[in-house]
Write a protein that binds this ligand. Structure first.
Ligand SMILES: [Zn+2]
Length: 474
């Protein structure tokens, strides 16, 4: 996520006279970029809020429980998204912050726990539903070349959405002189990780809206510190590092997923802030503007802190999806994402996870990890997890977001199983290509399955289906 061109308005005075107030707003911070705006409310206690999305004019009304009164000064600056921010009373006499919008936007509102120097926060992310065209924007490459040609979208019933590809950096652990862990039968971790990573990249590249980049494509060494840098150069939305575990105890077995630990993240942010040349890179171009400000360090810290929180939340959510997909096909060593201080997870600005595919030190798992059918299943589990996460939370300017806004799921191109019989069961063996005049209910009837099943199996958000769409039949 590239954040914020301008920092505006530290405003607001709180008049909290009632002693029974359970919460208060201590400040409002707001950042504007051409196609997104982030507003942060600093609160005395963990916020409890309700959101109403209202129209005429478009606005968000955020009701804050326990806040008795607030007084917001003028919000200055020229956000293309936000017209004004003001305090209001709801009909039930609750205090609310109202954000009046220039046009309807996608919003994401979430709270963050204290993390020094900040206390409790409520973050309001507003994103333009279409990417703003601005030369000042540090934008992701709009790689739509892999999409079929489109014709006059407005005139056809099934509007074909456009948007950039979501970029997934896949990092095959180890390589070259570093074999990684070595199994009892002599299997090298570096070969397993590359093979699984390549299969995952193939699946991702077949899916419209996703694009894979591999940090290494062959058997050579890259320092773990360099791997996040490669992901950053490729403007990756997610970094997924693939490994296999090894311990003395040959009985240890199972997969696990690791995410960046808060302690490591905080240290990394501090370290990177010491290196001025890294600022602009990390802040997606805002570094230069910030450098001239008197509050440089504080602001840079703020921007990175927000970006880091986004990365950590995303990493954790993706990790949970991966565990959910892997559970049916492999033993889980740990059922919850584990926090780690690993070099490859160090990037505070890129959501990163590390997938330990199993224990190469375990006889049975060494055999499994070498098996191409099992490798395929592991890659497929990661692919499904990534796809589902980004269907739920797509970047605003992505093809996935465009489909989500149209109320449709992204056309699914399920990876072929390439005569690997072991993989057939997990990827579904029946598909149906939608023909003219067919409805979801008709397809359901034809195969004797329920519409709910069909929807769930294909991650459909609604009953709308497109001609040519391929449905997986449960
Ligand atoms: Zn490893």
């Amino acid at each position: 996520m590239s954040l914020m061109l301008r920092v505006v308005a530290l405003l607001l005075f709180v008049v909290s006279s009632q002693s029974w107030a359970v919460n208060s707003v201590k400040g409002v911070r707001i950042w504007h970029a051409p196609d997104n705006t982030r507003l942060v409310l600093d609160l005395a206690n963990a916020p409890s809020h309700k959101v109403k999305r209202l129209s005429n004019p478009s606005r968000l009304e955020i009701e804050l429980a326990g806040v008795t009164s607030l007084n917001i000064g003028a919000v200055t600056g020229d956000s293309p998204l936000v017209k004004r921010v003001y305090a209001s009373r709801t009909p039930s006499a609750a205090t609310a912050v109202v954000i009046e919008l220039s046009f309807p936007v996608n919003d994401s509102i979430f709270s963050l726990p204290p993390s020094p120097p900040y206390g409790h926060r409520l973050v309001v992310d507003l994103k333009a539903q279409r990417a703003a065209v601005s030369s000042a924007t540090v934008s992701k490459p709009a790689a739509v070349s892999s999409l079929p040609a489109q014709s006059a979208p407005q005139s056809t019933v099934s509007t074909r959405a456009t948007g950039r590809n979501i970029i997934i950096a896949i990092d095959a652990g180890h390589g070259g002189q570093d074999p990684g862990a070595v199994g009892p039968k002599g299997t090298y971790e570096k070969n397993i990780t590359l093979s699984i990573s390549r299969q995952l990249a193939d699946m991702i590249n077949k899916q419209p809206g996703l694009k894979a980049v591999l940090t290494r494509t062959g058997d050579y060494y890259i320092h773990p510190n360099k791997r996040p840098d490669i992901a950053r150069q490729k403007q990756a939305d997610l970094l997924i590092s693939v490994h296999a575990d090894a311990v003395q105890n040959r009985k240890a077995h199972g997969a696990s997923v690791w995410v960046l630990s808060m302690r490591r993240a905080t240290t990394e942010v501090g370290r990177m802030l010491e290196q001025t040349e890294q600022h602009s890179e990390l802040l997606g171009g805002v570094g230069e503007i910030i450098k001239d400000s008197a509050n440089e360090r504080y602001l840079a810290q703020t921007v990175l802190d927000l970006s880091m929180n986004h990365s950590m939340v995303t990493g954790f959510e993706v990790a949970k999806e991966v565990l959910r997909e892997v559970a049916p096909i492999a033993h889980l060593h740990k059922k919850e994402p584990q926090a780690a201080s690993l070099a490859v997870l160090k990037a505070p600005d890129i959501p990163s996870i590390l997938f330990e595919t199993g224990f190469i030190s375990n006889y049975n798992e060494e055999r499994l990890l070498k098996d191409s059918g099992h490798q395929h299943k592991l890659a497929l589990a990661m692919f499904r997890a990534i796809k589902r996460y980004f269907e739920k939370s797509p970047p605003a300017d992505s093809l996935f977001a465009a489909h989500k806004n149209n109320g449709r799921s992204v056309p699914t191109v399920m990876p072929t199983t390439q005569n690997r019989s072991t993989a057939v069961a997990s990827s579904g063996s029946r598909t149906h290509k939608v023909k003219r005049g067919e409805s979801l209910s008709r397809v359901a009837k034809q195969y004797g399955v329920s519409m709910a099943e069909l929807r769930r199996h294909n991650n459909l958000k609604s009953d709308n289906i497109l001609i040519g769409q391929v449905l997986r039949i449960p």
